[in-house]
Design a protein around this ligand. Structure first.
Ligand SMILES: Nc1ncnc2c1ncn2[C@@H]1O[C@H](COP(=O)(O)OP(=O)(O)OP(=O)(O)O)[C@@H](O)[C@H]1O
Ligand SMILES: [Mg+2]
Length: 449
């Protein structure tokens, strides 16, 4: 039988009859892959049964039940644990530690866990389990890629938690397409979703991320699953961050921080200490700021290096910070603080491999740049908190008290905050709280010494 061919965008699932270089819906390049058009099965006469309707109030007695992974960082990102009957997708770059995370969670979950792997043999799993100290009677391992057999096993053994590692290797045999295609991923995921609902178990699906930093078919899967988590980290750092991109049962602001060691992932309970640990004592272009990730304050070092540019266009490089935001702040510094930065190369780095999108770090970014540019040190007992507006004004930020408390806890003595910060701060005598109205005033304070 000859198959018809269609082209599917591996990012958003858009289908086309001819190959396209750029997807017209999600604007990504080179995402089209060839897939077979699934043959329509002959329509059978369907018998309709009376549909069942329920009232919202009548379901109130079945309150959501959560299964704790007992890894605090993981539970926090999930919003308090895995909700039974839900499907969670964990995406991440190859080798980032997805299998490690789910295996460690399997060990700590106090329910029956079925670990289905299509990527590794039982022996390979055992080697990893031994390294991680995972040794539990409650975990059963299955090496299988055929979805029908996996669902059969779930129905037979009734595990409360199922882990599928990974969705790209799982396939439904009655589809013509090969494993990993958008059609297969979509069909397998929605079937798993139905199984989770029917058996009232929680299913964790591991998904690989394409080189563009997306889970293959993310847009397609995002709608189907309840929760999408992203496990990320810089290759050169041992820190790993778990973020929620979508969560039907919790906030998407929370992050979980882990450290990858030989014996597996360790929770980082006090991230500030780690992100500040490699801070060199007194150098120009280095300042500390307090950012809020989820509900937790994290102190981190902002580093800037400003050098004269000898040819044409000066370079601007931002690591862990939005490039456009950096351009705006440079323009503000030029106009409002009279720093001649247009002929300077500017390199900005959030130390420790963190990525910060919060405007509350603006003030620190500006001061780090000004410090490097003017070759003046900002004393290392300063913490700078504030958003910088286009007029050079320093604006109020949220959770100012939490940030101040964290700075005090870590022994900082001088805390610079926006002038109109609201809140009552309980301060010890030794702490100097400095309020500032605009960037020029701030630079005068911090660069004075
Ligand atoms: N002996 C070891 N000592 C320290 N770290 C190790 C050791 N073995 C593995 N690792 C870490 O574990 C990571 C691999 O973890 P894991 O297999 O869980 O990743 P993954 O995201 O599931 O990868 P894949 O995409 O291949 O499935 C490695 O990149 C490495 O950082
Ligand atoms: Mg893996």
């Amino acid at each position: 039988m000859k198959h018809k061919i269609k082209y599917v965008c591996s990012n958003c699932g858009f289908e086309s009859l001819k190959w396209l270089g750029k997807c017209p819906t999600c604007d990504n390049w080179n995402t089209f892959t060839e897939e077979f058009v699934e043959e329509k099965k002959k329509a059978q006469k369907r018998k309709f049964v009376e549909p069942e309707l329920a009232k919202i109030s009548s379901q109130m007695n079945e309150l959501e039940t959560r299964i704790k992974t007992n890894i605090e960082e993981f539970d926090r990102v999930l919003g308090g644990g895995l909700v039974t009957g839900s499907v969670v997708l964990i995406g991440g770059d190859p080798g980032i530690g997805k299998s490690t995370l789910v295996l460690q969670a399997a060990q700590k979950i106090s329910k029956d866990v079925m670990y289905v792997t299509g990527e590794e043999s039982v022996n390979q799993i055992n080697i990893r389990a031994r390294r991680l100290g995972v040794n539990s009677e409650k975990i059963s391992v299955m090496t299988e890629t055929d979805l029908d057999l996996i669902i059969n096993a779930i129905e037979k053994y009734n595990p409360q938690v199922v882990i599928i590692d990974s969705i790209q290797t799982t396939y439904k045999p009655d589809l013509d397409n090969t494993a990993g295609t958008v059609t297969q991923i979509r069909e397998c995921t929605s079937e798993l979703m139905q199984t989770a609902k029917k058996k009232d178990c929680a299913i964790l699906i591991v998904g690989h991320v394409t080189k563009e930093g997306m889970i293959a078919g993310p847009k397609v899967l995002e709608h189907i699953v309840d929760t999408v988590l992203q496990f990320e980290g810089e290759r050169n750092y041992s820190y790993r961050i778990l973020r929620a991109q979508k969560n039907r049962f919790g906030s998407t602001n929370e992050i979980g921080i882990f450290e990858m060691r030989e014996d597996g992932l360790h929770e980082v309970v006090n991230p500030s200490i780690i992100f500040l640990s490699e801070r060199d004592k007194q150098i120009t272009g280095s300042v500390v700021t307090a950012s809020i990730e989820g509900t937790r304050p994290i102190l981190l070092e902002v580093q800037a290096l400003v050098t004269p540019s000898s040819y044409g266009n000066p370079q601007r490089v931002a690591t862990g910070f939005d490039y456009r935001r950096l351009s705006i702040l440079l323009a503000v510094l030029e106009k409002r603080a009279s720093l001649r930065l247009s002929s300077q190369n500017v390199f900005l780095n959030m130390a420790g491999g963190l990525r910060i999108d919060e405007p509350a770090v603006d003030l620190a970014v500006c001061c780090a740049i000004a410090s490097s540019f003017s070759d003046k040190i900002i004393k290392n007992d300063f913490v700078l908190i504030g958003e910088v507006g286009l007029g050079g004004e320093v604006r109020n930020v949220s959770h100012i008290e939490k940030r101040i408390q964290e700075a005090i806890k870590l022994g900082f003595k001088k805390i610079v905050i926006p002038k109109n910060s609201s809140g009552n701060f309980k301060l010890q005598n030794a702490i100097e709280l400095i309020t500032t109205e605009n960037i020029k005033e701030t630079l005068n304070i911090v660069l004075r010494n």
